[in-house]
Design a protein around this ligand. Sequence first.
Ligand code: S3P
Length: 436
Amino acid sequence: MDVLIEGKKVIKGTITPPPDKSISHRGVILGAISEGITRIERFLPAEDCIRTVDCFRKMGVDIKFVNETTLIIKGAGLKGLKKPETILDAGNSGTTMRLLSGILAGQDFEAIITGDESLKKRPMERVALPLRQMGAKVECTVDGKFAPLKIRGGRLKGISYEMPVASAQVKSAVLLAGLYAEGETTVVEKHKTRDHTERMLLYFGGNITVKGNQVTVAPVEKLTGNDLVVPGDISSAAFFLVAAAINEGSKLLIRDVGLNPTRTGIIDVLLNMGCSLKVLNERELNGEKIADILIEGGGLKGTRVEGDIIPRLIDEIPVIAVAACFAEGETVIKNASELRVKESDRIKAIVENLRRFGAKIEELEDGMVIEGNKNLKPAEVESFKDHRIAMAMAVAAISIKGISKIKNADCVKISFPGFFDILNNVVKGGDADGQF
Ligand code: S3P
């Protein structure tokens, strides 16, 4: 599906972003291996998270949707998963494949997990390596690097693992495998990545100790099912934060946004760029911080985005690059080579598309340099079948006078079904509250 977008717009109203994708996945995973009932409210009914639900159903877990966003999981317990009769399919979802690898490493059966064309090109040795060290047999069946993965769970032993790349998915896989290991398992990170797995393990009765960038999990007899309400996804809110920030005269209230400190790099960057942004009504929801954000448009200047902040905004870089195009002066983004191995090569996708809009942008191996330019022109751009590229380009398109086209934009359903409806509402000054 191609989408036509007319700019240039002012953004007004109130929105509630969709539920957090990372937390929705983890809720299903921990609910499935806990004992008793887990009820998840405001679950993200997007393709990626549904893949996780399907994989656990194939392993015999009873998961029922009460409505589109509420589900009830009858936990199978740590040892209760069944050998799937068919291949598990993670679709486009790296989180499903990598986190499930950690769970499968601890099972007493062999399973195969595959994915779509994009996922089959993404690096999987990063997860296979530590799981093998723990004692599992993990085969990356294509070139020894890529999915399908064949995993034969073993008698695992705890390890201490220093992460060679900043990846919450790899960290989570090792910690989840650690639930099944003999002795403690420790993960040490150079740059702290999102810690939803650690927080949720605690919430489900796990034994987790965090000391700075070091996390240790010790095996427990059981995890206990618990009720969860999923906060709004800051990575989805980010598209609307930037849409409001770059269009002078805009004013948007975004409600119930998850503000886990490992995810809030986008807020720091927008504040550094001189954006008018206020965090209101801070509170806590099952071990995660949430708040409302009030943002007004105009007056952005260029900035530098590099180092420790990168994992705190890795998924937001496509839309930060869009913000940079509308800011005064230069923005430099570095140390972000992980973008090369996301759902698409996001550095290439951003550079190619933003150039089509007339942006001045230089490609770096690990990032980009963008010179702000107010005279952008409408264009036809590609999603590269990558949800975050499609949405970032839609944000650019509504901010440029004329009609632009985003090709293959239906991929937004991977993380944000209803994205274009909400965008249409706020450009009309409407209220998109209650969409989720
Ligand atoms: C995620 C971790 C990040 C992020 C992805 C979701 C998670 O990936 O980009 O969208 O839920 O753990 P990496 O672990 O590859 O950095």
